[in-house]
Design a protein around this ligand. Sequence first.
Ligand SMILES: [Zn+2]
Length: 300
Amino acid sequence: VPELPEVETVRRMLERHVTGLRIASIAVSGAALRGVVPRGLDARARGRRIEAVRRHGKYLLIDLERGVTVLSHLGMSGRWLFHSRPPADAVPHLHARVRFGNGAELWFQDARRFGTLRAVATARVARDPSLAILGPDPLREPPTGAGLAETARGLRLSVKGFLLDQRRLAGVGNIYASEALHRAGIDPRRRAGALRIEEWEVVAREVVAVLDAAIARMGTTFRAYRTLWGEPGTYGDQLLVYDRAGEPCRRCGTRIRRIVQSQRSTFFCPSCQGGRGAPRPTPAAAIGRKPLSRKASGKA
Ligand SMILES: [Zn+2]
C-alpha cells in the first residue's frame, strides 16, 4: 500500500513531467472508485493547464489553472502512469485517461479500486472532508518531540497505532511506522501516552529520516505500487524489520517478531526495541563473567 514516500515519488515525477501541460480531455471508466464516481471530471479539467502538483500525507493535489484541483489517493493499488507516446494497447483496470495537448497521456490504473479521483475547487481544498481531518505532513512540517508528546498526552493507544493515525501525522503507514520505531529503539506495543519527551524526540527524528531514505529509493514495492514509469521502488531491500519475521535483526541478530495490532501486522526486534526478552544493561559486577546463553536469558 503506497505511503508517503511512494506518493512523494509520484508527485516529484508528475511535477517534472506534467506541470505546464494542457489537458485536452479525461476519459473515465465510469466505475466507482472508493465511494466516488469521477463523472464530471472531464468537464471540469478540459482545456486547463496543470500549474502545480502538491501532496498532503498520502493525497496528491493536482492544481489546474482557474481554481480547479484534482484530488487523488492511490488507495491500495492505484498507479499514475505517464506516456509521452501512449502505447496502442490499453492496460486493464484503467479508470482515467488524461490526454494532453501535446499527445502525452497520464493513466490512472487501479485494480482494487480503493483509490480516489475527483475534482474540487482549489479554494476549498483545505476544507475538503478527506483533507480537513489530516494531521500535519511530516515532510513539510517536521514533527518535534514536544509536539508529539503533547498530542499523545494521556493516550492509551499504542505508539504504533499513534503513528498510523492520519489525524495526528499524515502519510505514515504500516511499513514506515514499524521501520521508524525500530530505528528509534521503541517497543511498538508501548502506550503512546507513556513515552518520555526524549523518546518522542528520537521518534520524530527517525520518522523523517526513514521517509527521506525511502524517497531516495523511490519507495517500497511489495505488490502494486509503481512509479510514473511503471518501475518498482527499491527501498524494500533496506527494510530493517518490515516483512522480515523470523529473520535476524540487522543490528543485533535477534529474530524479528511479527505481532498483530488493530488487525495490522507490526514487525519489531524484541532486543533492540526493549520489549520482553530485552537485554538488561550489564551490571558492573557481571562484567568478565561468562555471558548467559540465549536459552538461559529467556525467550528472544
Ligand atoms: Zn535487534
